[in-house]
Design a binder for this molecule. Structure first.
Ligand code: UD1
Ligand code: MG
Length: 466
């Protein structure tokens, strides 16, 4: 961890107590997911990355438990009893601190595109001037009809910025402004003692909320130092207030992630239809075909070909695997495996190296041993299948008796004939075989062959001649 901002005085306050009413959701806004992480995790991750370890998250009585469920004891919490505005939320966070802070970095819980380097830039810019009371992370030339706009004095020269006068909120504008302006990203750095002293004086706005942004105008009126530090990329200012913005922010994040992987040596045939969550890992020279989703904590090895039309969630895939038009969930796939099209690995599937799973193969909570092939139409559930087994077309492990689930064990090098029903619990011994259409209700010893319904063992001397 890089501890550049880690002076013990620095405190990060993350605001997450708003109603989020524009989301029209039963799920609290900070818990909506973006590239596989809850929105609230983004500001926390960014602050922790720079070594800010004193973190205070301001929650509401409604979303507090859910946020604690995501962040646990990584942070401290303050509850804002009613959503009386961002100034009230910060005041609430400050009150809950055990000691007064020297430097306060405020982030909103709904601006996940702010990059770590921008936070560092903000703090560095703030520290340049020892008398600076408030530094606002702004985005010049941005589109933000619903955001706060930085107001400045007029300036004759185009190269210079005017002096900062105030931040004007959308609710304070007579007409919506659809032009390109300097917007407030909702990220700030404050002198701690000044903030603690002034926050109580923020007046109510016309909407009844107390806006944190009013502090800028208050500082200017009192001839105190306030400035805005511009952010590098305009899209960093994008906030999530409604579902449309969630999708727009998601598109920017996806683009960033896709560019990262291409720069790291992964081919994305069509980035526009490739969805990779933030916590995914992909090895060099893997090729991702269109319409592919790699989500959660998925890892893909090197030289794989994934897709088209693959959805892989919380799974690990080894090197040189090929997965076409299939869904994998909470599964492990070793090296040199071929899957699909149209197969489904459900939680607990463990596919060992060199396995071939072809069309319409469903595997759940099962090990499929090295070199085993199941080419067509199978259900393999609660099974332990050894190495080098041939699983014939239409094989089903009948694992559920209506009450309980039972295990099927298939020994190495066994041959399961097409359309075999294995009524679990049942064991097929090493090198044993079943005939096509067998309904196996009893264990088949090693090397023996069973046929029919219900399956009966063929005499030992006949094995190999059936
Ligand atoms: C806010 C800023 C705006 C800025 C924009 C950037 C204010 C008044 N306006 O507007 O200048 O351009 O962010 O995205 O600050 N919250 C609380 N308690 C409250 C109200 C809000 O904790 O009583 C939290 C919200 O959960 C949210 C954050 O504060 O995470 C910002 O609130 P939101 O209502 O989204 O403000 P914006 O309208 O986006
Ligand atoms: Mg917002």
């Amino acid at each position: 961890m890089n501890a550049i901002i880690s002076d013990t005085e620095a405190v990060g306050i993350v605001l997450a107590a708003g109603q989020g009413s524009r989301m029209r959701s039963r799920i609290p806004k900070p818990l909506h997911s973006l590239a596989g992480r809850e929105l609230i995790r983004y500001p926390i991750d960014v602050l922790e990355q720079w070594g800010v370890s004193r973190l205070m998250v301001v929650t509401s009585p409604d979303n507090g438990d859910a946020i604690v469920g995501v962040l646990g004891d990584r942070v401290s919490y303050a509850v804002q009893d009613s959503p009386d505005g961002t100034a009230d939320a910060v005041a609430c966070g400050l009150r809950a601190l055990p000691e007064p802070p020297g430097l306060v970095i405020v982030l909103a819980g709904d601006t996940p595109l702010v990059r770590p380097e921008s936070i560092l830039g903000l703090v560095e810019s703030h520290r340049v001037d020892p008398k600076r009371r408030m530094t606002i992370l702004s985005s010049a030339g941005a589109y933000g009809p619903d955001l706060g706009h930085i107001k400045r004095t007029k300036c004759d020269s185009q190269d210079e910025r005017g002096d900062l006068l105030a931040i004007e909120e959308a609710a304070e504008r007579d007409e919506p402004d659809y032009g390109l302006v300097e917007v407030n990203t909702g990220v700030y750095c404050f002198d701690g003692p000044w903030l603690s002293q002034r926050i109580g004086a923020v007046p109510k706005s016309a909407t009844g909320e107390r806006y944190l942004t009013a502090l800028a105008g208050m500082a200017v009126d009192a001839s105190e130092r306030v400035e805005a530090a511009p952010i590098a990329l305009p899209d960093e200012a994008m906030g999530v207030n409604d579902r449309e913005q969630l999708a727009a922010v998601g598109a920017v994040m996806r683009d960033r992630i896709n560019r990262y992987w291409m720069s790291a040596g992964v081919t994305l045939v069509d980035p526009a239809t490739t969805y990779i969550d933030l916590d995914v890992q992909i090895g060099q020279d893997s090729l991702i075909q269109p319409n592919t989703m790699l989500t959660g904590g998925t890892t893909i090895g090197e030289e794989c070909e994934i897709g088209p039309n693959a959805c892989i969630r919380d799974s690990s895939v080894g090197n040189r695997c090929r997965i076409v038009a299939s869904t994998l969930e909470e599964s492990r796939v070793d090296d040199d495996v071929e899957i699909g099209p149209y197969s489904h690995l459900r939680p607990g599937a463990r596919i060992e190296s060199g396995v071939h799973l072809g069309n319409y193969v469903e595997v759940k909570n099962s090990r499929v041993g090295s070199g085993t092939a199941a080419g067509h139409f199978c259900y393999l559930g609660d099974a332990d299948i050894g190495d080098g087994v041939n699983v014939g077309a239409g094989t089903i492990t009948c694992n559920y008796d209506g009450v309980d689930k039972h295990q099927t064990v298939i020994g190495r090098s066994a041959f399961i004939g097409s359309d075999t029903m294995l009524i679990a619990p049942v064991t097929v011994g090493e090198g044993a075989a079943t005939g096509a259409g067998a309904v196996v209700t009893r264990d088949i010893p090693e090397g023996r062959r069973a046929v029919g319904v219900p399956a009966r063992l063929l005499p030992q001397q006949q094995s190999g001649s059936d």
